[in-house]
Design a protein around this ligand. Structure first.
Ligand code: CP
Length: 304
């Protein structure tokens, strides 16, 4: 693994290695034994969109491993905001930093950063993919259920970055996945092509009840992602009936987990009642972002 740009670039063995490393680093952290494998290393955290979890967990994780993270606001502070091309920014930052984390809109921007910087690049989320979040979800599901192979999962919501990455991650790890989204909000065409090549473990539907029935893990995400705020009203209408509520949870397998990347919009994609009933696993999921990010950095920068 040279970069983490999207899960489609990783083999199942590489995904498993990230998850095993994250488990190991979590145990070491709990024992107060964080390995200082980033000593002397600097990581740029370049954000073109808001973040609570990704930014702070990277800052804390890099510190725990002895390195230094620099937050760079690409929307308001970097020269990117004034038109400096990404390939020039990449070639400059690559000479200062040991790795670059980038959250932005277009997938082509993180790909360009990787192409030109000469150092490992980690996607902090794009409109196309959210690989760190889905690695975290896989870690959390395995932690709770003891396995991934054969687990029956469903995603209910927008066929956007989370759906794209869940499809690739779940299917590569031997899970089955049903995605329920309204027509017009389907996942990316290349992701659907990959999913269909996997055969029976994948199902695409516009019925959220069909997706929920018998699910052992239910994933959801906001209906209006960052940059879509002007569409919020239309999206609320188009996603009506897709809320994860108690009636829908009643269709799932006993003990069904709920995973939400957060932030959650209570009353839209998930009710307050369901979120609070599943807060333990949802906030464990949020914690696991830290361990997954440390694992990815340890693999890319310290030869794990
Ligand atoms: N789940 C996630 O990426 O959270 P932030 O947007 O707060 O980073």
């Amino acid at each position: 693994m040279k970069h983490l740009l999207k899960l489609g670039d990783l083999s199942p063995e590489e995904i498993l290695h990230v998850l095993d490393t994250a488990d190991q680093l979590k145990r070491l952290h709990q024992a107060g034994q964080d390995p200082k494998v980033l000593t002397g290393k600097s990581v740029a955290l370049i954000f073109n969109k808001n973040s609570t979890r990704t930014r702070t967990s990277f800052e804390v994780g890099i510190y725990q491993m002895g390195g230094q993270g620099t937050f760079l606001n690409a929307a308001t502070e970097l020269q990117i905001a004034r038109g400096e091309p990404i390939q020039d920014t990449a070639r400059v930052l690559g000479r200062y930093y040991d790795a670059l984390v980038y959250r932005t809109y277009r997938q082509s921007e993180v790909e360009a950063l990787a192409q030109y910087s000469g150092v490992p690049v980690i996607s902090g989320m794009t409109d196309y993919a959210h690989p760190l979040q889905v690695l975290t979800d896989l870690m959390t599901v395995r932690e709770k259920l003891g396995r991934l192979e054969g687990v029956r999962a469903a995603f209910i919501g927008d066929g956007y970055n989370m759906a794209n990455s869940l499809i690739v991650g779940c299917l590569k790890m031997g899970m089955s996945l049903t995605v329920a989204c309204p027509k017009g909000y389907r996942p990316a065409a290349d992701v659907l092509m990959f999913a269909r090549s996997c055969g029976a473990p994948f199902c695409l539907t516009d019925s959220p009840d069909e997706a929920a029935r018998g699910a052992q893990v239910l994933f959801t995400d906001v209906w209006t992602s960052m940059g879509m705020e002007r569409e919020a009203e239309r999206r609320r209408r188009d996603f009506a009936g897709y809320t994860l509520d108690a009636a829908r949870m009643a269709l799932t397998a006993p003990g069904c987990l709920v995973q939400h990347p957060l932030p959650a919009h209570r009353g839209e994609e998930i009710t307050e009642e369901v979120l609070e009933a599943h807060a333990a696993e949802i906030f464990d999921e949020a914690e696991n972002r830290l361990h997954v990010e440390k694992a990815v950095l340890a693999i890319l920068l310290a030869g794990y």
